[in-house]
Design a binder for this molecule. Structure first.
Ligand SMILES: *[C@@H]1O[C@H](CO)[C@@H](O)[C@H](O)[C@H]1NC(C)=O
Ligand SMILES: *[C@@H]1O[C@H](CO)[C@@H](O)[C@H](O)[C@H]1NC(C)=O
Ligand SMILES: *[C@@H]1O[C@H](CO)[C@@H](O)[C@H](O)[C@H]1NC(C)=O
Ligand SMILES: *[C@@H]1O[C@H](CO)[C@@H](O)[C@H](O)[C@H]1NC(C)=O
Ligand SMILES: *[C@@H]1O[C@H](CO)[C@@H](O)[C@H](O)[C@H]1NC(C)=O
Ligand SMILES: *[C@@H]1O[C@H](CO)[C@@H](O)[C@H](O)[C@H]1NC(C)=O
Ligand SMILES: *[C@@H]1O[C@H](CO)[C@@H](O)[C@H](O)[C@H]1NC(C)=O
Ligand SMILES: *[C@@H]1O[C@H](CO)[C@@H](O)[C@H](O)[C@H]1NC(C)=O
Ligand SMILES: *[C@@H]1O[C@H](CO)[C@@H](O)[C@H](O)[C@H]1NC(C)=O
Ligand SMILES: *[C@@H]1O[C@H](CO)[C@@H](O)[C@H](O)[C@H]1NC(C)=O
Ligand SMILES: *[C@@H]1O[C@H](CO)[C@@H](O)[C@H](O)[C@H]1NC(C)=O
Ligand SMILES: *[C@@H]1O[C@H](CO)[C@@H](O)[C@H](O)[C@H]1NC(C)=O
Length: 679
């Protein structure tokens, strides 16, 4: 409170000083950074992680860290602390901001310049044992496997994504913005031949104030409308939608057990994260798995009629944050609040990280504790637990047989797990530079070919598990053109002619803004993010069929506000269709499919158990403004002088107000009755 009122006084002083021409002064002095990616605050049952600035933003003198010797200037010798440290490209991955955490009184913030190519030595800001507390292995289930005792899945994991920083950390692309910053530093702040840089100095302000503090229980309490200081809430539970589709019609209006239905779950995940908000391409960690599963679903499309088991394609969301999506689906199934229940599940096949290099292979992982139930026996010959996977959440409930397909035998082969470098470049999605975007879309890269093999393997495995005949298996074959188009769409450019065939092109940029509505349920609207919606549209078109004339009535083509209309059994999607030759007209059609959404919100929030140890408790703080700007500061003495003058003016005006108000009777004498009003 003290701090707040101090700031208030300073603001008043500044207003008095600059009264009238505040705006023009601001325009001249400040250069705003146009595209920044902040590190934001997340909370769980016990901790807060991530970064934040003070309410009005943190300010420091720019210091460009070019090499290790420079660090000493920031932490000890530099004469003008606090410093706003600029980490050039790969320095962020090598030093890690942790070494700056130590001297945090001299560090006002960090700006990390994104390298233009991936660091060859690898970098993972995630933990070395992902989701270690919410998987199946614990003191009561396979204790010798708990906490990655046998296999450390992500040995490169530094864990910085899970640390707390009390200064802001932003990331910027290496572009014109960065040039402006470098020039400002070079011209004003660089110590030449050991001399001390002279005022005015180039400074930077980073603003990313986070509203939530301490932990999820605290912020959920403050979210309650009775807490008057934060009427809009201070944090939101992390959550989204799972996407699922069955190969046979299942009535969704009756929940719980379905007699005679045997379901093979084909699972993968939709989400990824990185240290910075909104830069998480998740190429190997999520995109390969979901593209392989989509391509497998397409390859199986014509064969599912002859299978007597139902395949349930599920794309879990929020798995990175302690298995939000899968834990919710298992919870719903156990409560008879899903279309099928756990007794309906025959087995599970999960697709994990499946990017394949020239000499890599696929590995099937199974659970050594419940293995006697498994019908699949191809697996690494070392006895080790399951890697982090949604399957573990099913095993927590009961010993269902299943396997997880991965591109690693023991530790991850992915050097960039849950970092911004797990991208198209890492997957070697290289396109010759002279190709137009359309030609790139059509090009089948080697990575796409390898992933097509994976998709074929997945499709054939599902075919057999669902009761298909071994002799018929070889006709199941994934389509490499489809795989390359999907890789291009998820990792290079959404805005392309293939994806345009699905949804109106002016929607593709704003998919995340769209709401989906379900009719025939009393469910609240679910807000769905872009990847989930993209998967939902693609899966519907790949596994659905063109609706007949009577059903077209259901298609929500007349309204731009929602994409899908879901009825008891089918859901309908209006597909834009391909452009007619020699025309701009499209041949649109309505697709009837069995694709649906289900909630991916942790049961901890459903149960209001914000300190839950069994379910994900991750919540994201709200913030009001994410901003960065650079400007020149005058010397500290000059600032103090300015402040002194300001305080003088303030005192004068207070005195004046006091005199005016106490003598008001005399000064403004009128017929009104005298009041003792206080100002
Ligand atoms: C932080 O400072 C302590 C003592 O000053 C030192 O032992 C430790 O190694 C430092 N940590 C880092 C990450 O620099
Ligand atoms: C770790 O595994 C080894 C065997 O691989 C076992 O002897 C040891 O007790 C395990 N440690 C824990 C903490 O369970
Ligand atoms: C919350 O997150 C912190 C940091 O990752 C972790 O150490 C802690 O175990 C987590 N708490 C729970 C209950 O999962
Ligand atoms: C960046 O700078 C270059 C050359 O100075 C200029 O051609 C280009 O248009 C600038 N880009 C943006 C986005 O301002
Ligand atoms: C940000 O964009 C505006 C307008 O697009 C431009 O005038 C300004 O120079 C940009 N800022 C930087 C730091 O490049
Ligand atoms: C810095 O020192 C070097 C040699 O000691 C000299 O050549 C150079 O001109 C100096 N630069 C400035 C800006 O004084
Ligand atoms: C599925 O069957 C239809 C007709 O029976 C055929 O036109 C289509 O190409 C087949 N699709 C695949 C992926 O095999
Ligand atoms: C599937 O069909 C085969 C014969 O085609 C039959 O032997 C088997 O029992 C059926 N399985 C189920 C689960 O209905
Ligand atoms: C595991 O399999 C590999 C080849 O598949 C073999 O080289 C290795 O000796 C096997 N290890 C054990 C412990 O059987
Ligand atoms: C949608 O489905 C149609 C018919 O199966 C197919 O020709 C088209 O390529 C698909 N489009 C997309 C974007 O999946
Ligand atoms: C259209 O499909 C619905 C549902 O599958 C079916 O009941 C109806 O008979 C079909 N109508 C025509 C004209 O095929
Ligand atoms: C499209 O235009 C070209 C040249 O104008 C013509 O040769 C071709 O027949 C046209 N195609 C159709 C389907 O009209």
């Amino acid at each position: 409170m003290d701090l707040l009122s101090d700031k208030w006084i300073v603001n008043v002083v500044l207003c008095l000083l600059f009264v009238g021409n505040c705006n023009s002064v601001e325009k001249k002095i400040y250069i705003n950074l146009n595209e920044t990616f902040p590190c934001v605050r997340l909370l769980n049952a016990t901790h807060q992680i991530g970064c934040q600035s003070s309410l009005s933003g943190d300010v420091g003198v720019l210091h460009l860290l070019e090499s290790e010797e420079n660090l000493d200037w920031v932490l000890r010798t530099g004469p003008n602390p606090p410093y706003m440290v600029i980490l050039e490209s790969t320095l962020f991955t090598r030093y890690r901001p942790c070494s700056l955490k130590n001297g945090s009184s001299r560090v006002a913030g960090v700006l990390a310049v994104q390298p233009t190519s991936n660091p060859p030595e690898g970098f993972s800001p995630h933990t070395s044992c992902p989701n270690e507390n919410t998987g199946v292995y614990s003191e009561t289930y396979g204790p010798s496997y708990a906490h990655c005792n046998v296999t450390m899945w992500n040995p490169l994991g530094t864990g910085i994504s899970y640390e707390e920083f009390d200064f802001p950390i932003f990331s910027v692309k290496d572009d014109n913005d960065t040039e402006v910053i470098r020039r400002c530093y070079m011209e004003h702040n660089r110590a030449v031949n050991g001399s001390t840089p002279q005022y005015p100095l180039c400074a930077m302000q980073l603003m990313s104030h986070m509203a939530a503090v301490t932990d999820t229980a605290t912020c959920m309490r403050r979210n309650a409308p009775t807490f008057s200081l934060a009427p809009d809430g201070v944090c939101d539970p992390l959550g989204d939608a799972n996407i699922w589709a069955s190969t046979k019609p299942l009535n969704s209006s009756t929940k719980g057990h379905k007699d005679g239905v045997s379901v093979v779950i084909a699972a993968t995940k939709l989400d990824s994260r990185s240290f910075f908000f909104d830069v998480a391409p998740g190429a190997d960690s999520a995109a390969t798995g979901l593209v392989a599963l989509l391509a497998a679903a397409s390859a199986l499309h014509n064969a599912t009629a002859e299978l007597n088991r139902t395949i349930l394609y599920t794309f879990f969301n929020g798995e990175t944050f302690d298995y939000i999506g899968s834990s919710r689906m298992v919870y719903d199934m156990a409560k008879n609040d899903f279309t099928v229940d756990l007794d309906n599940i025959h087995s599970i096949l999960e697709v994990g990280q499946v990017a394949l290099g020239p000499d890599s292979r696929l590995w099937l992982h199974s659970d050594p504790v419940s293995k006697r139930n498994s019908s699949v026996n191809v697996e690494p010959n070392v006895t080790q637990p399951l890697p982090p996977s949604s399957f573990q959440r099913f095993l927590l409930e009961r010993p269902i047989p299943g396997v997880v397909i991965e591109n690693h035998q023991t530790s991850f082969t992915n050097k960039y797990y849950q970092s911004m470098f797990d991208n198209a470049e890492y997957l070697k999605l290289n396109y010759p530079p002279n190709l137009t975007p359309e030609e790139q879309l059509e090009l089948v890269t080697d990575s796409a070919k390898a992933l097509t093999e994976v998709a074929t393997t997945v499709a054939r495995g599902l075919y057999l598990q669902a009761g298909g005949e071994l002799a018929q298996m070889s006709r199941i074959q994934a389509d490499s053109e489809l795989v390359s188009k999907m890789l291009y769409t998820f990792l290079v450019r959404v805005n392309n002619s293939w994806f345009d065939q699905l949804v109106k092109s002016d929607w593709t940029g704003v998919l995340s803004e769209l709401m989906l509505y379900e009719i025939n349920t009393s469910e609240r609207k679910v807000k769905t993010t872009e990847p989930a919606l993209m998967v939902q549209c693609i899966l519907a078109n790949l596994t659905g069929s063109i609706a007949n004339i009577t059903e077209v009535y259901f298609c929500p083509f007349s309204s731009p506000n929602f994409l899908f209309l879901c009825c008891q059994i089918y859901s309908y999607l209006w597909v834009q269709g391909p452009v007619r030759p020699n025309s701009t007209e499209r041949d649109s059609f309505c697709v009837r499919s069995l694709v649906r959404q289900s909630k991916a919100l942790s049961p901890a929030f459903e149960l209001s158990e914000y300190t839950s140890k069994n379910y994900s408790t991750w919540a994201e703080s709200r913030w009001s403004a994410i901003k960065g700007r650079i400007f020149l500061v005058a010397s500290h003495d000059l600032e103090m002088l300015t402040l002194g003058v300001g305080v003088g003016v303030l005192l004068m005006s207070l005195l004046l107000t006091y005199i005016v108000s106490s003598k008001a009777d005399i000064l403004f004498s009128s017929g009104r009755e005298p009041t003792n009003a206080t100002y």
